[in-house]
Design a protein around this ligand. Structure first.
Ligand code: DGL
Length: 264
């Protein structure tokens, strides 16, 4: 019997699409469930306790319902706070998304790196640890922006914001002491690669952007190598509530082969 179990991607919103795209490029034969916790969105302004309580429980429900072969927490906020608890609770492979500080340090000529994430992510000890391990000779400047998460959601809804709105959302990164020396920015929120072209336009200096998407895709391919995928690759998007915005997002999801099929 062929194995139709999907890979389940999870985020608060549409950010995880930036991780799904490179994964699908490597594994087009796989089936995908994309789950967005619209009832919990946004994660980045929540407390650690809220994320730690919400994410493992919700992923438990999603795992029971969709029986995935592997779960991708395509969200830096949820991963940097709740990854160990999710792994302890679920008996299947869990791949997380954490800030790509190591590749950024390898690329930086000025040894000044920007980490652009959510407020919750940039204050995590996990980020201190990555900076100490992989970028100890770099200045690592951080900025959390809930506005930028919203701008990315808007972009996917086909309601793009102005350049001025993008510039304002990242001003707190480049305006810090030493910010004018940043030459590599880590997109440490999965929403941000979706608007990297907008960020490049408004950046005050030439920059390279890095994120974890390609590395995560390779990790998933490695963890699933040799597996049977069946012969009917399918995709669907599911949400935890209808916040009134699903209809506007549906075309972008459908273009990615993810028809919206249900509310949890
Ligand atoms: N996409 C998420 C991340 O990578 C979080 C966005 C949010 O809900 O604040 O951190």
């Amino acid at each position: 019997m062929s194995d139709l179990r999907p890979i389940l991607f999870f985020d608060s919103g549409v950010g995880g699409l930036s991780v799904l795209a490179p994964t699908r490029a490597l594994l087009p034969q796989a089936s995908y469930v994309y789950a967005a916790d619209s009832a919990g969105y946004p994660y980045g302004t929540r407390s650690e306790a809220e994320i730690a309580a919400r994410v493992p429980a919700l992923l438990g429900r999603l795992a029971e319902r969709y029986r995935p072969r592997l779960i991708v927490i395509a969200c830096n906020t949820a991963s940097t706070i709740a990854l160990p608890a999710v792994r302890a609770a679920l008996d299947l492979p869990i791949v997380g998304t954490v800030p790509a500080i190591k590749p950024a340090a390898a690329l930086s000529g000025t040894r000044t790196i920007g980490v652009l994430g959510t407020d919750a992510t940039v204050r995590q000890p996990y980020v201190d640890d990555l900076a100490a391990r992989f970028a100890s000779d770099c200045r690592v400047l951080r900025h959390g922006s809930a506005e930028l998460v919203d701008l990315a959601e808007r972009e996917l809804r086909g309601e793009p914001a102005t350049d001025a709105a993008f510039a304002a959302a990242v001003a707190g990164l480049f305006g810090q002491p030493g910010g004018d020396a940043i030459d590599v920015v880590v997109n440490a929120c999965t929403h941000f690669p979706l608007v990297a072209h907008r960020l490049a336009t408004v950046a005050p200096q030439p920059l390279r952007f890095v994120d974890g998407g390609e590395g995560i895709a390779r990790r998933i391919a490695y963890l699933t190598q040799g597996q049977d995928w069946g012969d009917a690759a399918a995709g669907r998007a599911v949400f935890t509530c209808d916040d009134g915005r699903i209809a506007a997002l549906a075309p972008a999801l459908a273009r990615r082969g993810l028809p919206v099929t249900e509310l949890l």
